[in-house]
Design a protein. Structure first.
Length: 401
């Protein structure tokens, strides 16, 4: 490749020399004012082209600065590029090119070019923006610098290494997350969204309100302040949730990722113990308790890629995690019984299982999908089809159904 480029650039130089020699020979043999005028008119351009050919591009230094390295799906990427050089030379047309690649899909997601007139300057800056960055891990490894003369006779290109990486998280939205099943002190309450107060675990005090039980009054604070205060207890409901994400390729794969991330965010805000169990991952995530753990799971969802349905093998690796109890939420686009049965084979005991079926639009609720949902419901699985606009109210809709 390098030899081919060298031969091509050498051919361009020979072309310039041929023009110069041809003009000189024409002026010598033809003579006259016109022929010499043509020669002297061409001379500055050919000399500039020869000097540009000899000008080393290795003296260029570039630096790329990414202002924000963590984005959400659909946000803008803002980049600043600094170009410096040590050797002064009047550069006319300098083309700077930058390219961003999706590390997961191995394809280009954005290519930008800018024509700059360097002149005698030794440093230039260039700002550019890429709109609507897609989910994933994206990197830019090189910046291309290309210089050319007046007529494009001489073109020189150099690729300068400078790597930057950007992680684009799935977009999240506020989901009205509600506990699905109460499981506490060995008891199992199957009524959806039932809340149970643990009156042995005091988390704080508040002002007394009409209707509060006498046994909830905090008498020690009343003795000190002569003001009635009520104990606040830990609301224990379904604090355990296993979230199983179907990563088979589908038209709603991105929406499924967004829904899973939004559920995790809502569960952590409600201080629930949520486990993300993406099918195909060697080691399922442990229970997410903190913002840091949530960020690690979100980073995984940023990079996850769909698998071909033909290569998909139903997982039986979640038995240990599902034995910990709690409710089960499945996010999929195809609730085939072959898929659901493989998951349910890991479940022991009476459990609340909800399968959210993500659709592109409500017109998708036809044909095979309807039959698949009916069959899954006949096996005791609660199936709730929904579109992206319903994500925020998904749990309340299940509670009302």
């Amino acid at each position: 490749m390098k030899l081919r480029k060298f031969i091509a650039s050498l051919g361009r130089l020979l072309f310039v020399l041929l023009i110069l020699v041809g003009a000189f020979v024409f002026a010598m043999f033809q003579g006259g004012l016109v022929s010499w005028t043509i020669f002297y008119a061409i001379l500055p351009f050919t000399i500039y082209s020869i000097l540009l050919f000899l000008y080393p591009l290795s003296n260029f230094k570039v630096k790329r600065i990414v202002k924000v390295t963590h984005l959400q799906n659909g946000e803008k990427l803002r980049v600043k590029v600094f170009i410096k050089r040590k050797l002064p030379f009047p550069l006319l047309y300098t083309i700077i090119g930058d390219e961003w690649m999706d590390e997961g899909k191995k394809k280009t997601i954005g290519r930008v070019n800018k024509v700059l007139v360097f002149g005698w300057k030794q440093q230039l800056e260039w700002d550019y923006t890429i709109d609507k960055m897609p989910r994933g891990e994206h990197s830019a490894r090189h910046i291309q610098v290309e210089v050319t003369d007046f007529f494009g006779w001489i073109r020189k290109t150099v690729m300068i290494s400078t790597k930057n990486t950007v992680l684009v998280y799935p977009r999240t939205m506020d989901v009205d997350y509600m506990p699905i099943e109460s499981q506490y002190d060995g008891g199992l309450v199957n009524s959806p969204f039932n809340i149970v107060k643990d009156t042995t675990m005091v988390t704080g005090v508040r002002d007394y309100q009409f209707g509060d039980r006498v046994s909830w009054v905090h008498w020690k604070s009343f003795a000190r302040t002569q003001t009635l205060m009520t104990k606040e207890f830990d609301d224990r409901s379904s604090r355990d949730l296993s979230l199983i994400l179907d990563n088979r390729a589908s038209s709603t794969f991105e929406e499924q990722i967004e829904f899973a991330a939004s559920i995790m965010q809502g569960a952590i805000k409600e201080r629930s113990n949520i486990r993300l169990l993406p099918i195909g991952r060697d080691e399922p995530f442990s229970a997410l308790h903190s913002e840091e753990q949530f960020r690690l799971a979100l980073a995984y969802l940023a990079k996850i890629q769909p698998v071909n349905q033909d290569e998909f093998i139903p997982s039986t690796e979640f038995k240990k995690e599902l034995d910990n109890g709690g409710s089960i939420v499945i996010i999929t686009a195809r609730p085939t019984w072959h898929f659901l049965e493989a998951i349910l084979s890991n479940v022991t005991g009476t459990r609340t299982i909800i399968c959210f079926v993500v659709m592109k639009n409500k017109d998708s609720f036809t044909g095979n999908l309807v039959e698949e949902i009916k069959y899954a419901e006949s096996k005791g699985v609660t199936v709730h089809p929904l579109v992206r606009q319903q994500f925020s109210k998904a749990f309340s809709e299940v509670a009302q159904s």
